[in-house]
Design a protein around this ligand. Structure first.
Ligand code: SAM
Ligand code: SF4
Length: 438
């Protein structure tokens, strides 16, 4: 029997790539198993955005070195595969497959090579205008489905490996996206999340020539779809029609993730982010002027080479000004091939840690204040699960906030997948608690 195990690291794009890889393997007669021990083929879909993420796969491979002799085949997929290439065969000689995401369309051929006993199979070319589309996606969540609309990245932020690991930007045709959204709706999905490293840089390659705002509006019109989300938006390509589309159709969720990285113009310019603080804040004004309250979240990097205390203070001032609903913050991690390597890594590790803690504390206070404003409001949630220990249902609002609730009227019902109105009764920094409203 052909069996495989896959472990996925990193972002939502990787998680969704794995869903497609799993679907492809199943269509070729493989069966997924729960542990590497039980599998003939062990795959790691990897992330190399920061050093820590990259190390994880080598730790895993180290653990299973001895299993190679037992006839197991090991494969490294994704960003570390693309970045390290054939060097992985030297570092971990028991690995037989190394393939980056731009080569997944060739996965069926690579499987044939592995099955024929080839122990050095690679898929490392970035020279492609193809996107990975397959009818065989094995989706993890029965209600929310992901659709990658654009792959790769044509920007060149000084700190980032993505252009090297995922290749040039390439969009899917609008017709194939709409078609997939319709099929998902017909098979019972009610929430769609459009994915891309820079989802809003989408440009329809077909003669229809839709821009991102048009695509968003049309996906939201697909009958049966109740929520549409999109992640991640690059500030440079974030145009007003996106806010107008959200305003025009409540199916488009009240949430935009708009990574700023830094509040200092000096750092933004050194990062080659292609916008200034003021240009970024203009986009925030559009979002805040929308008819519905749109939650805004962001990513911050602390300790980029040359970031002074004054630069850092400008990031803190920006957090106070925007009052984000949530954020991800990272210590700058030097990455291979990137322009920032030549700038050195001047901010000491302890200082990066100090700045990270300050950002997180500042943001926590903002979230406590922002979330407490929701107490007393009624919000619609999509029910995602059940926390038996707490006796609560796990829900998520349109603004992407976790809102966990009780509801005696629903005793005995399975609410997962349903949309319910919930009155918020309590708020913490990261989630809300409430009671369902009949
Ligand atoms: N394309 C998105 C954008 O430009 O806003 C971001 C995609 S990136 C995969 C996710 C986040 O990882 C970035 O927003 C950035 O904050 C963080 N990141 C990327 N490279 C990093 C590095 N070398 N060190 C620390 N954080 C990094
Ligand atoms: Fe990386 Fe910048 Fe591209 Fe985002 S826009 S994926 S941060 S290079």
């Amino acid at each position: 029997m052909k069996t495989f195990y896959i472990e996925t690291f990193g972002c939502q794009m990787n998680a969704h790539d794995s869903e497609k890889v799993i679907g492809t393997l199943v269509s070729k007669g493989y069966t997924q198993v729960e542990t590497p021990e039980a599998a003939g083929l062990v795959l790691y879909n990897t992330c190399s955005i920061r050093d820590k993420a990259e190390q994880k796969v080598f730790n895993r491979l180290q653990n299973f070195k001895r299993d190679a002799g037992k006839g197991k085949v090991f494969g490294v997929l994704g960003c570390v595969a693309q970045q390290e290439g054939e060097k992985i065969f030297e570092r971990a000689p028991h690995v037989s497959l190394v393939a980056g995401s731009a080569s997944y369309t060739k996965l069926p051929q690579m499987l044939v090579q592995l099955e024929a006993g080839d122990r050095r199979v690679t898929g490392l070319s970035l020279d492609t205008d193809e996107t990975f589309e397959t009818p065989f996606t094995r989706r993890d969540n029965p209600h929310r489905a992901y659709i990658t609309i654009i792959e790769g990245c044509d920007k060149s932020c000084a700190y980032c490996v993505v252009p090297f690991t995922r290749g040039p930007e390439r969009s899917r045709t609008s017709a194939s996206v709409i078609d997939e959204a319709r099929r998902l709706s017909e098979s019972g999905y009610t929430e769609i999340q459009l994915l891309g490293q820079n989802v809003n840089s989408y440009r329809d390659p077909s003669p229809a020539d839709w821009d991102f705002a048009t695509l968003l509006a049309r996906v939201a019109e697909v009958p049966g779809i109740r929520r549409v989300r999109f992640i991640t938006s690059h500030p440079r390509d974030f145009v007003k029609p996106i806010v107008e589309a959200i305003d025009a159709n409540p199916v488009l969720c009240d949430h935009v993730h708009l990574p700023v990285q830094s509040g200092s113009n000096t750092v933004l310019s050194a990062m080659d982010r292609l916008y200034t603080r003021d240009e970024y804040l203009r986009r925030i004004e559009w979002l805040k002027a929308a008819r519905r309250k749109i939650a805004i979240t962001t990513d911050i990097i602390v300790g980029f080479p040359g970031e002074t205390e004054a630069d850092f203070n400008q990031t803190l001032a920006l957090l106070d000004h925007v009052e984000y609903d949530s954020l991800f913050s990272f210590k700058y991690s030097p990455r291979p091939n990137t322009a920032a390597l030549a700038m050195g890594d001047h901010v000491p590790e302890e200082e990066k840690t100090r700045r990270l803690m300050i950002v997180q504390e500042r943001q926590r206070a903002i979230q406590i204040r922002r979330n407490s404003e929701a107490i007393g409001t009624v919000q619609q949630v999509l029910v995602e699960g059940r926390n038996q220990a707490l006796g609560q249902w796990i829900g998520r609002t349109s603004q992407n906030r976790p809102l966990n609730f009780t509801g005696e009227a629903h005793n005995g019902d399975n609410l997962i997948g349903r949309y319910l109105d919930v009155r918020v009764t309590r708020a913490g920094p990261n989630s809300l608690v409430g009671e369902s409203v009949m």
